[in-house]
Design a protein around this ligand. Structure first.
Ligand code: ATP
Ligand code: MG
Length: 855
C-alpha cells in the first residue's frame, strides 16, 4: 500500500509529515524510537539525525552522488565548493546554482530534496511513498508552482496538490484549536520564512470550516534577505578584506555561502541575546586571504538593518485585510509562523501596528502539519482499492470509493464489496459500477471512534481488505480549499490592466468575458498578466484592416489543475478566432548591464509619467511604484540577486507601461501628486528626527500626517484646485515648522541651485534619448519632427547650463522658469508625438465594452 505524505518544501528547511491514522507497520515502535513525532493529528517523520526538519541544501560529489540536508549545508562553512541553498527563490527561472561539483537548475535542486525526503520517509515508514501534497508560497507565480509539481514527478512523487503555505498553516492552527473554538473566528496568518513572506486572512466557522479570504505577500522576502543585510554590514566593517561579491562570478559563490552561514548564526543569537559576536573559522575573502573575524554586533544594529523590510510586511497585512474587506478590529487573532517570526522585532512591530500581540505557532512544523492534514483527505489507495475520506456527520456517514483494475482484477465491475464495522453491527454489501465506483450510504455511526473494514472480492475470492477509522468529532473540514490562484489575472487594455480573475479563485476555473476593439490594425492580441508579470498572450493574426472600432471580442480563460492555462479569443464579426495554451516561459534572467539599463528606463519612465497621469491613477499606482523602485535601487546597487531584481523590474515595468498619460492640457493640478506624497514622506522623516529634541511635538507632527494625506488625496482625486492648494500649503507649513524646531529657526533649502541644475540637465538628456529611441524604433519615418525636438532641447540645455548657480535665489528662480516654462510643455508635446507613432502599430488595441459594468 502507499501513503500520501505532506511536504513543506522550504527555502531553508523542509519537513515531511503524515496523517496520524496512516497505516504504518509498527507505528508505536517508531514513535518510541523518535523516528515519528506525533503533533496534533499528524506525525512528523524525523530524519536519521532525529531532526524534524532537513535543511534544503544539496551538494553533489565529484562522481555525481548527491548529498542532501545538514551534511550538505555544513559544506558552506568548509573549504571547497559550496552547496546549493535558497534555490527555491529562483523556481521558475533559469538561474543555475552551484551544488558542490555540479551546476543545477532550481527545479533539479528541488528534485534532489524531494527525492531525499521520499527516501527518508520510505525508510522510516517501511511502505512506498508515491503521492504527496507539497506546499508552495502563496505568492509563487504559476510557473514556479508548475515547476514544483514537475520536481515532484522527477523525484517519483505524484504531487496531488500544491497547497498554499499560509493555508496549510491556518489549517494546522484551526485544526488544533477546533475543540475549543465554538464561535466564528477571523485570523491573520503571518508567515515569514527563509525566502518568502506570505500573509493571509482566514475565517473559521463551525458550520463551514475555514475559508481563505485574501492573500498578500512578497515572493522575495525572508530570513535570507536579513542574512544578506548582515553580510553587507560585515563587508562594510571589514574594508581590509575583498568581499565585493559579484553574482555573475561563480567563484564568489564560496565566499558568499560562508558569509551567509556565519550571518545566519549571528542572526539566531540575536533573537535570544541583546548582542553576539560574528566569528569565522575557515573563511577566506575573494583573494583567498584567510579571514580572522571577531565582530561584535548588537540587536539594535541588526534591527536597524531590517526594520524597513518588516515595515513592508505590515503594509502587506493591511493590503490583505483591505482585500478581505476587513480592518484590524475584525481580527480575533494574529498567528505568526515561519522561522523568521522568531525575530523579536517582528512581534513588537506587529503588536505596535495592530494593537494586540501575535501568537507564535510551531513555526518550523506547522506548514508540514497542515499539508499532512490535507493529505489525510486525499483518497487513499492501495492495490485495488481507493477510499474516499468519509465525512463524519453523525449519526451516519457515507463510505465510498473506487475499485481499480489490476493483476487480480480485469474488470472493476466484477468486484463485490463488503463493509463490516469493528463492533460487528454493520454488515453491508455493494457492487461496483462500470467505473469501479461504489457507495455505502447512511452507515450508522457511534459517538467517538468507529472502526470499519472494507473487503474487495472478485469471483468469490478476496483480493483486498482495508481498515478505516471514522471519528465523530466536529473537526473543521479541511477540504475547504484546493489549489487557489494567489494573484489577480488581468488582460492588457489600451488604458491599463483589467483584472478578469481575482486572487483566491479556486482551480479548476473557467471564465468568459467580452472586450471590444479600440483601434484598427491587422492583428489582435490579448496579453495576459499574472499579478504584475506578463505571462503570455492569445492572438488572432491576418485580420482584414477594416474591422470597425467597437467590434466585440469574446475571450475564454480556463485554469486547469496542474497549473495549465488555456486561452481563446474570438472576433465574431469576421468569424476569426485564436487559441493558445499559455505556456508560461521560464524566466530567462538577464545579466547586470541589461538589468541596470532597464532600471534606469523604468525610473525615468515613471518620473516622466507621474505628473501627466490622471490623479486617480497616481493615487492607485504611485505608492506601490515608489516602494518597488526604492527596493530596486538597492538591488541594482548591490548587484547580488539578479532573479529578484528581474522579477521586481517586470512588475515595475508593467505598472509604468500600463499608465495612460493625460493628453488634455491644462487638466493637471499643480503640484503633481508625487510632490505632495514626497513632502509628506519628508515630513515623516523630520518628525522621526525631532523625537530626540521634542517627543511631544514629534508625535503631533506624526499624528497629523494621515489626516493631511486623506484631505490632499481627496482634493486631488476630485480635481479641486482650491482644496489641493490648501492641502499642499498645510503640508509645507508643517515642514517649515518642523525644520524650524530642528534647526533653531532656519529653514534650509531642500535643493541647492547646483543640484537643481544637474536635475534639469538630466531631464533634458532623458528627453533627448527617448526621442532618439522613438525615432530609431519607427525606422526614421518621423525624422523631421525628431530633429526639431532635438534642436529645441539643445537650446534649453545651453540656457540651463549658463545659469549662475552661485547665487542660490536667482539661480533657482531662473531654473524653475526653464523647467516649468520650457521643459514641461516640450515633454507634453513629445509624449503626444510618441503616442501617435505608437498608435500606428499593427496591433488592435482593446478596451472594455462601453455598456459593460466594471468588474
Ligand atoms: N531564532 C531565530 N531567529 C531568527 N531567525 C530564525 C530563527 N530561527 C530560524 N530563523 C530563520 O528562519 C528561516 C527559516 O524559516 P522556515 O523554516 O520557516 O523557512 P522556510 O520554510 O525554509 O522558507 P519559506 O517558507 O520562505 O520557503 C531562516 O532564514 C532562519 O535563519
Ligand atoms: Mg516555510
Amino acid at each position: 500500500m502507499s501513503i500520501v505524505v505532506g511536504i513543506d518544501l522550504g527555502t531553508t528547511n523542509s519537513c515531511i509529515a503524515i496523517p496520524a491514522d496512516a497505516e504504518v507497520p509498527d507505528k508505536e515502535a517508531l514513535i518510541a524510537a523518535r523516528r515519528l513525532r506525533p503533533v496534533g493529528d499528524s506525525l512528523i517523520v524525523a530524519n536519521p539525525d532525529r531532526s524534524p526538519t532537513t535543511p534544503s541544501a544539496v551538494w553533489i560529489d565529484p562522481i555525481g552522488t548527491p548529498i542532501v540536508g545538514q551534511l550538505a549545508k555544513n559544506k558552506a562553512r568548509l573549504p571547497g565548493a559550496p552547496p546549493a541553498m535558497f534555490f527555491k527563490r529562483n523556481m521558475g527561472t533559469d538561474q543555475l546554482v552551484t551544488a558542490g561539483h555540479a551546476r543545477l537548475t532550481p527545479l533539479e535542486a528541488s528534485t534532489h530534496i524531494l527525492r531525499h525526503l521520499k527516501q527518508v520517509a520510505e525508510e522510516v515508514l517501511g511502505v512506498p511513498v508515491e503521492r504527496a501534497v507539497v506546499t508552495v508560497p502563496a505568492f509563487f507565480e504559476t510557473r514556479a508552482k508548475n515547476e514544483t509539481t514537475r520536481a515532484g514527478q522527477a523525484a517519483g512523487l505524484e504531487v496531488v496538490e500544491t497547497l498554499i503555505e499560509p493555508v496549510a498553516a491556518a489549517l494546522a492552527y484551526t485544526h488544533e484549536r477546533a475543540r475549543e473554538l465554538t464561535e466564528p473566528q477571523t485570523f491573520l496568518v503571518y508567515d515569514l520564512g527563509g525566502g518568502t513572506f506570505d500573509t493571509s486572512v482566514v475565517t473559521w466557522d463551525p458550520e463551514v470550516g475555514f475559508e481563505n479570504r485574501s492573500f498578500s505577500g512578497d515572493r522575495y522576502l525572508g530570513g535570507f534577505d536579513f542574512d544578506r543585510r548582515i553580510v553587507s554590514w560585515i563587508a562594510a566593517q571589514l574594508p581590509e578584506y575583498d568581499l565585493a561579491i559579484d553574482s555573475e562570478n561563480p567563484a564568489d559563490g564560496k565566499v558568499e555561502a560562508q558569509l551567509l552561514s556565519v550571518a545566519e548564526g549571528a542572526k539566531h543569537d540575536l533573537s535570544r541575546y541583546p548582542e553576539t559576536e560574528i566569528v569565522s573559522q575557515y573563511c577566506e575573502d575573494r583573494r583567498g586571504t584567510p579571514m580572522n573575524i571577531g565582530l561584535p554586533i548588537r540587536r539594535e544594529e541588526f534591527e536597524e538593518m531590517i526594520a524597513d523590510r518588516i515595515r513592508g510586511t505590515l503594509d502587506d497585512c493591511d493590503r490583505a485585510l483591505a482585500r478581505a474587506g476587513m480592518t484590524a478590529a475584525d481580527l480575533d487573532e494574529i498567528v505568526m509562523v515561519g522561522g523568521s517570526s522568531r525575530i523579536p522585532l517582528v512581534a513588537s512591530m506587529l503588536t505596535e501596528h495592530f494593537g494586540r500581540g501575535p501568537r507564535l505557532l510551531n513555526p518550523d512544523l506547522c506548514v508540514a502539519l497542515g499539508a499532512a492534514l490535507k493529505a489525510a483527505n486525499v483518497p487513499s489507495r492501495s492495490g485495488h482499492l481507493e477510499l474516499d475520506r468519509p465525512e463524519a456527520l453523525p449519526p451516519e456517514t457515507d463510505i465510498g470509493g473506487r475499485v481499480l483494475a489490476g493483476p487480480d482484477l480485469a474488470s472493476p465491475a466484477a468486484a463485490q464489496l463488503v463493509l463490516t464495522s469493528d463492533d460487528g453491527l454493520v454488515y453491508l454489501t455493494e457492487t461496483a459500477d462500470g467505473e469501479g465506483r461504489f457507495l455505502f450510504a447512511d452507515v450508522p455511526l457511534r459517538e467517538g471512534e468507529n472502526g470499519f473494514t472494507v473487503q474487495v472480492s472478485a469471483h468469490g475470492r478476496e483480493i483486498e481488505s482495508r481498515r478505516l477509522e471514522v471519528t465523530t468529532d466536529d473537526k473543521p473540514r479541511s477540504d475547504a480549499t484546493g489549489d487557489v490562484l494567489a494573484h489577480d489575472f488581468s488582460v492588457e487594455l489600451v488604458d491599463g490592466l483589467h483584472a478578469v480573475v481575482r486572487a483566491g479563485t479556486m482551480v479548476p476555473y473557467r471564465t468568459d468575458f467580452r472586450l471590444e476593439t479600440a483601434s484598427h490594425g491587422s492583428s489582435l492580441r490579448v496579453g495576459l498578466v499574472e499579478g504584475l508579470v506578463p505571462i503570455g498572450e492569445v492572438s488572432i493574426r491576418d485580420l482584414p484592416t477594416d474591422v470597425s472600432v467597437g467590434s466585440t471580442v469574446e475571450v475564454t480563460l480556463e485554469f486547469e489543475t496542474g497549473w495549465t492555462i488555456r486561452a481563446e479569443a474570438r472576433l465574431p464579426q469576421v468569424g476569426a478566432e485564436g487559441s493558445a495554451v499559455i505556456d508560461i516561459p521560464q524566466r530567462a534572467v538577464p545579466g547586470w548591464p541589461e538589468l541596470t539599463e532597464r532600471h534606469r528606463q523604468v525610473v525615468t519612465g515613471w518620473a516622466e509619467k507621474r505628473d501627466a497621469i490622471p490623479p486617480a491613477d497616481a493615487i492607485r499606482v504611485g505608492p506601490a511604484l515608489d516602494r518597488l523602485l526604492a527596493e530596486l535601487a538597492e538591488l541594482v546597487r548591490e548587484r547580488i540577486d539578479p532573479s529578484k531584481t528581474h522579477h521586481k523590474l517586470l512588475e515595475a515595468e508593467t505598472l509604468v507601461q500600463g499608465l495612460r498619460v493625460a493628453t488634455t492640457a491644462g487638466s493637471a493640478l499643480n503640484p503633481a501628486i508625487g510632490e505632495f506624497e514626497d513632502n509628506l514622506a519628508f515630513l515623516a522623516r523630520l518628525a522621526d528626527r525631532l523625537v530626540d529634541h521634542d517627543p511631544v511635538e514629534a508625535e503631533r507632527f506624526r499624528g497629523a500626517i494621515p489626516g493631511l494625506r486623506a484631505t490632499g488625496r481627496a482634493a486631488y482625486a476630485a480635481g479641486n484646485k482650491m482644496d489641493w492648494h490648501l492641502a499642499n500649503e498645510a503640508v509645507r507649513d508643517r515642514i517649515n515648522a518642523a525644520e524650524r524646531m530642528l534647526h533653531g529657526g532656519r529653514a534650509p533649502q531642500q535643493f541647492t541651485a547646483a543640484e537643481f541644475q544637474v536635475a534639469v540637465l538630466q531631464e533634458v538628456e532623458y528627453l533627448r534619448r527617448s526621442i532618439q529611441e522613438m525615432d530609431q524604433a519607427s525606422g526614421g519615418l518621423h525624422r523631421v519632427d525628431a530633429d526639431a525636438f532635438l534642436r529645441e532641447l539643445d537650446t534649453i540645455a545651453e540656457d540651463a547650463a549658463e545659469v549662475d548657480v552661485r547665487d542660490e535665489a536667482a539661480g533657482n528662480r531662473r531654473l524653475v522658469e526653464i523647467y516649468r516654462g520650457r521643459i514641461m510643455p516640450l515633454r507634453a508635446r513629445a509624449d503626444r508625438w510618441m503616442e501617435q507613432i505608437r498608435e500606428g502599430s499593427p496591433h488592435i488595441g482593446l478596451r472594455l465594452p462601453k455598456n459593460s459594468l466594471e468588474k
